[in-house]
Design a protein around this ligand. Structure first.
Ligand code: SF4
Ligand code: SF4
Length: 299
């Protein structure tokens, strides 16, 4: 007797489906793209789109397990920082979206604060350092590049940087095999799908997760724009605070516990700004007010 094998559509191993209350989305981890669908569409059309974009395949065989799975144990078990924000000088603490500025006294961070930060972070792996400046400060930037251990450097210069000086920083970073980029403000609705962030965002906040900031006064914060102080680097033991989990509550503000976002099918591609949500609503778990999307209606 001939056994008829039924062909079925399966998601490619690197594709994940995320349901929202109304709409749903497919995340393609290889291309770093997501595709959002409404249930009103026709199933045949949906299948065609999924096939054309390489999200599904037809098989009569064994369904493969997901093969791309970022191992979260490393980040959960090890002490490390994803992002270290340092403001070297300026009079304004600005948020990453250019929405609201807080004017203050023009100040420069002291070299002593940087030295303390360096000694506290000596054995803590740092993925990215983001330096914010109003004016160039070659000595302190050189100090950070030469002494800290990190993988990439982001330079945010409000007034731009002299080309010669920027090239010098690039050369110093190249010598350390560290990538360097000059950055601008974030763009709302700039959704990004990255393998690491997809899994990371299930447990941690996509912005302030494993992030620490140091302002021009030497005050430790979860982000430069935040009012919350974790003490002055001159007086506290930052390494011990990280090890004791003092920042965990902030880092673990994942989209899973943020109002509305927790149900949204775009939650693993979306950025976040907890400080903005807090300033606007008084709640640390409020949906960010700049988002116009309503996942419950799909509009
Ligand atoms: S901010 Fe908006 S788009 Fe992003 S997860 Fe929340 S509801 Fe969805
Ligand atoms: S919470 Fe994140 S996005 Fe918002 S201002 Fe701070 S670092 Fe920027």
């Amino acid at each position: 007797m001939e056994i008829l094998k039924v062909k079925r559509d399966r998601l490619k191993p690197y594709v994940y489906k995320v349901e929202g209350p109304v709409n749903f989305a497919f995340y393609d981890m290889l291309k770093g793209k997501f595709y959002q669908f409404s249930p009103e569409g026709n199933v045949a059309e949906l299948r065609t789109i999924l096939l054309e974009n390489g999200l599904i395949f037809e098989t009569e065989g064994i369904v493969p397990n997901k093969i791309i799975r970022q191992d979260m144990r490393d980040i959960q078990n090890n002490i490390q920082l994803r992002n270290l924000q340092i403001r070297l000088n300026g009079s304004e603490e600005d948020n990453c979206w250019n929405r609201e500025k807080k004017n203050g006294t023009k100040r420069s961070i002291s070299l002593y604060s940087l030295e303390r930060l360096h000694s506290e972070c000596l054995y803590i792996p740092i993925d990215k350092i983001r330096i914010e400046i109003e004016e160039d400060d070659p000595d302190k930037i050189a100090y950070i590049i030469r002494n800290f251990n990190f993988n990439c450097l982001e330079l945010f210069a409000e007034r731009g940087l002299d080309h010669t000086q920027l090239n010098l920083y690039k050369t110093m970073c190249n010598e350390k095999n560290v990538s360097i980029a000059t950055v601008t403000k974030k763009i709302v609705n700039d959704f990004k799908v990255e393998i690491f962030n997809f899994f990371y965002s299930k447990f941690y906040n996509p912005c302030i997760g494993h992030q620490i900031a140091l302002d021009t006064n030497g005050v430790i914060k979860s982000c430069l724009w935040s009012d919350e102080s974790f003490g002055n680097i001159a007086e506290v033991d930052l390494k011990d605070m990280i090890i004791r989990g003092v920042f965990d509550k902030t880092w673990e503000l994942s989209k899973r516990i943020i109002d509305v976002c927790k149900d949204c099918e775009l939650r693993h591609a979306c950025d976040d700004c907890r400080v903005f949500a807090l300033n606007q609503t008084g709640s640390l778990t409020a949906k960010p007010g700049y988002c116009q999307y309503n996942p419950y209606t799909g509009d």
